[in-house]
Design a protein around this ligand. Structure first.
Ligand SMILES: Nc1ncnc2c1ncn2[C@@H]1O[C@H](COP(=O)(O)OP(=O)(O)OP(=O)(O)O)[C@@H](O)[C@H]1O
Ligand SMILES: O=C(O)[C@@H](O)C(=O)CO
Length: 422
């Protein structure tokens, strides 16, 4: 049986490949699994990222899946663990960040962890406990209108406290000014006061180095993918590998499925619509004649298939989205859109020669990879920070897949991504 050293549990699929991509950039060989594998780890690697779809399910279910993932990772020989959630701290007052962190700490017999959502490369930073996305506070960034986890408060200790039974504290930039030693001192202080989870300020990559070094004796860390760049160097004897991102080429037709309503994805849809064949999902039709509408989307993609990608998109601006959600319900409309996009993917891969797929949105990506029967992903080169090309494991033929977090990527990613493939 193969073994790994770092075991990661990600609460959505795009977040998992984001983290995997950062670990690969830091020279780790990484395997990403879809769900908790039924068999032991088969490939020799440095880190495993188990992708769950646990961000928006009921807290009890998220805890159950996360604990199963932990058990499997311990069986794979992992010594340290990382719980990956969104760099915009996507959660509700019930969870699932707090409940999962609590359960993992309990299962490991540990009493303290850090919450480090920051990802400076994508301008997610934390100052005095307040999370910024770009130049603005989280609650002014568009995330206040997120369809499933609207984020209306940027002060993370206050967001996290109702989700956990452990007292929440802060490792502020004052502690970080002292580098790794400052982080260690602050952790000792907070532990002595009975704090169980501390949110960390982070302004830049240097802070991520200090946090990783200063917390190297913690068995569990939690946060965004930023730490993925600095964690590997804290493993004794670790030597970065130059060939960590190598993939075999995959030929075939190209498809973009956009199920995210995030600002970056909406801008990317506009950019792509002007350049490639594109069709929007009609949510009303999904409630009146689901199968017929899916047939229509599949026929459009098949008819317009050529050298470049075809785009099928559901994402819409907040006012229109609110209207849809009022009429059909948030969960029901989200589920229908996910099912429609996943069915389009399955049919076009089976019948339409599609082999290269970019999916926008974490929940959407989860639905798509499940329906395609993907059991794992090999992580390849990065398209934009946090968005790697990957190659599927478990499908009848290998597929090139890019699972893009809603707010990641440049405006042109839906076309440029395919130019990067051999
Ligand atoms: N037009 C629409 N009407 C109703 N729901 C929609 C519509 N378009 C998208 N959705 C739903 O919104 C949700 C978007 O979540 P998803 O995780 O895919 O994107 P995201 O949150 O922007 O991405 P990430 O989690 O990577 O940040 C999905 O459940 C999707 O089905
Ligand atoms: O951390 C992020 O922003 C992403 O990896 C993500 O999880 C979005 O779903």
């Amino acid at each position: 049986m193969a073994a790994a050293r770092l075991g990661c549990i990600a609460d959505d699929f795009t977040g998992a490949s984001d983290l995997a991509s950062q670990l690969v950039s830091a020279g780790m060989r990484v395997v990403q699994t879809i769900g908790v594998p039924a068999t032991p780890l088969e490939t020799e690697c440095d880190a495993v990222v188990v992708s769950l779809k646990s961000r928006t399910v009921a807290p009890g279910e998220a805890v159950r899946h996360s604990l199963r993932a932990l058990e499997w990772l311990r069986g794979a020989g992992c010594e340290r663990f990382f719980f990956k959630y969104c760099s915009t701290f996507d959660s509700t007052p019930d969870g699932n960040i707090g409940p999962v962190a609590d359960a993992l700490l309990d299962a490991l017999g540990e009493d303290f962890t850090l919450a480090v959502p920051s990802l400076p490369a994508n301008r997610r930073t934390v100052y005095n406990g307040y999370l910024f996305a770009g130049d603005v506070l989280l609650n002014e960034s568009g995330m206040q209108d997120h369809p499933l986890t609207p984020m209306r408060d940027a002060f993370l200790p206050r967001v996290l406290q109702p989700q956990t039974h452990r007292p929440v504290g802060l490792v502020s930039h004052h502690a970080l000014a002292g580098g790794a030693a400052g982080v260690r001192r602050r952790i000792a202080e907070l532990r002595a006061k009975g704090v169980g989870i501390a949110v960390c300020d982070t302004l830049d990559h240097r802070d991520l180095v200090s946090i990783a070094e200063g917390s190297a004796d913690l068995r569990l860390l939690t946060g965004g993918s930023g730490l993925g760049l600095t964690l590997p160097a804290t493993f004794a004897g670790f030597a970065p590998r130059g060939d960590a991102a190598r993939l075999h080429p995959v030929g075939g037709r190209a498809l973009v499925l956009a199920g995210s309503c995030s600002r970056a994805t909406l801008a990317q849809i506009e950019h792509a619509k002007a350049r490639i064949p594109a069709k929007s999902v009609d949510v009303d039709a999904l409630f009146t004649e689901f199968d017929a509408h899916v047939d229509e989307l599949v026929a459009f993609a098949a008819l317009n298939a050529g050298e470049g990608p075809v785009l099928i998109h559901a994402g819409m601006a907040p006012e229109r989205l609110r209207d849809v959600q009022t009429r059909y319900g948030t969960a029901a409309s989200g589920e229908r859109v996910e099912r429609a996009l996943a069915t389009v993917a399955r049919r076009l891969v089976r019948e339409g020669g599609v082999r290269r797929v970019l999916v926008a949105g974490g929940e959407t990506s989860g639905a798509v990879v499940e329906v395609l029967g993907v059991t794992g992903l090999r992580i390849g080169p990065s398209i934009d920070p946090g968005v790697p090309w990957t190659q599927s494991v478990g499908t009848p033929e290998p597929l090139a897949l890019a699972l893009k977090s809603g707010n990641f990527g440049g405006d042109d990613i839906m076309t440029r991504a395919f130019e990067l493939l051999p």
